[in-house]
Write a protein that binds this ligand. Structure first.
Ligand code: FES
Ligand SMILES: [Fe+2]
Length: 402
């Protein structure tokens, strides 16, 4: 594995896309799971999805399944969904409420804390205390639940220090998940993440998005719209900017990014025509004509309008298959069909993600061709450039440690 990866990373030229091997090699995929998806914080869900003790859901990616549960004391824990007897998945339901997780194979039972509480006909020297479900790290970012499979996860301290005011302002702990949609994409996960990180494709591929977001405009026009928009900041935490993502993150800290960008003049939120779609979030009491971009770790992105938040999570399901889960959040007190209409809330990003699903899978088809070779990136793909630089650096150092 080491040689395959080192040989591949040595071909990388900054400013160009990756070589074909990065989208096809099983060795590289295995190392990505180990060095990226098992080492960074990944978004699992929101606290509002498990309000009561015993409420749980599972989060799956690649071959992993993690149970996220609210315990009797009200804290949130995560356990590997792997029975300590012979390894069956213990919890087969995607979500629900229970007091015990009983393995469907031979009925070992685990409590909400993950401790093994019953296992029949075991030898006298069997110690139940040493056979609990494997604990997984959990952290709350506002009310958003993140998990990390690493023994020593990257620190979230800087992120919390910089952004706790933003969490309060948008009422992260007082949201509810209004809708979730999973888009399966026939492509390597990196093509989907790369696509999310650039708006070079927005004007040609997303006519609905381009009618609402200034970001779809050419760089000069976008910058002048942004300067005009930022005149209203008044020192509010809403308009801060933090660029600590990918290769810009300090060592040991999880990467993050926060910034606010304008919608097109006169528009106020992420409705299909730039209209408001739900009651204001948190402490917000007026539309300012913008939306915040907030990223945590390498594969989770939030877009924060004044009245709703849209979350995007990218996870690999295999070398040539990935999932984009899209989450729509509104204020916890907002009532469906009274305060917001689901179709109005979800329309813009549903149509946009369906278009992305198509362009990304078409991208994979071309990347698979014998005629594919790395192409030059535009000035509108600088965020993607950071991702690729960080990706190569991460993979290279992981290969050197194997
Ligand atoms: S594998 Fe779970 S009880 Fe046997
Ligand atoms: Fe897109």
């Amino acid at each position: 594995m080491r040689n395959t990866v080192l040989e591949a990373t040595s071909t990388y030229a900054p400013g160009y896309t990756l070589d074909q091997v990065f989208y096809q090699s099983p060795e590289i995929y295995t190392l990505e799971i180990k060095s990226i998806f098992s080492k960074h914080w990944q978004y699992a869900g929101h606290i509002s999805e498990i309000p009561n003790p015993g409420d749980f859901f599972t989060f799956e990616f690649d071959r992993e399944s993690i149970i996220i549960v609210r315990t009797k004391s009200g804290t949130i824990k995560a356990h590997a969904n792997v029975c300590r007897h012979r390894g069956s998945q213990v919890c087969l339901e995607k979500k629900g409420s229970t007091q015990l997780f009983t393995c469907p194979y031979h009925a070992w039972s685990y409590d909400l804390e993950g401790s093994l509480v019953s296992a029949h006909a075991m030898p006298d020297d069997f110690d139940k205390n040493k056979n609990g479900l494997t604990p997984i790290n959990v952290a709350l970012v506002g009310g958003f639940i993140f998990i990390c499979l690493a023994k020593t996860p990257p620190s979230l301290e800087n992120l919390r220090r910089d952004l706790s005011g933003v969490f309060e302002l948008f009422g992260f702990e007082h949201l509810k998940l209004a809708h979730k949609e999973t888009y399966s994409i026939d492509a390597n996960w990196k093509l989907a993440v790369e696509n999310y990180q650039e708006c070079y494709h927005c004007a040609p591929s997303h006519k609905e998005f381009a009618k609402v977001h200034a970001m779809a405009r050419l760089p000069e026009e976008f910058q002048s719209l942004k300067s005009a928009y930022l005149k209203q900041t008044n020192g509010s935490v809403k308009f801060q900017e933090f660029n600590c993502y990918f290769d810009l993150a300090p060592p040991g800290q999880e990467g993050y990014q926060y910034g606010r960008n304008p919608l097109l003049p006169g528009l106020i939120s992420g409705g299909i025509n730039g209209q408001g779609v739900a009651p204001f979030l948190g402490e917000i009491s007026d539309y300012d004509g913008g939306a915040s971009e907030f990223m945590v770790g390498p594969t989770m992105f939030f877009l924060m309008y004044d009245d709703h938040i849209v979350g995007y999570r990218f996870t690999p399901s295999g070398r040539r298959q990935c999932k984009c889960d899209v989450f729509w959040f509104v204020h916890e007190k907002a009532t469906k069909s009274v305060d917001y209409l689901l179709e109005e809330l979800t329309q813009l990003w549903d149509v946009t993600t369906l278009a992305d699903k198509k362009i990304v899978s078409d991208n994979q088809k071309g990347v698979d061709s014998q005629f594919y070779c790395p192409g030059r990136l535009s000035t509108m793909e600088s965020f993607e450039q950071h991702f690729l630089d960080w990706y190569i650096m991460t993979l290279k150092s992981a290969a050197l440690q194997t």
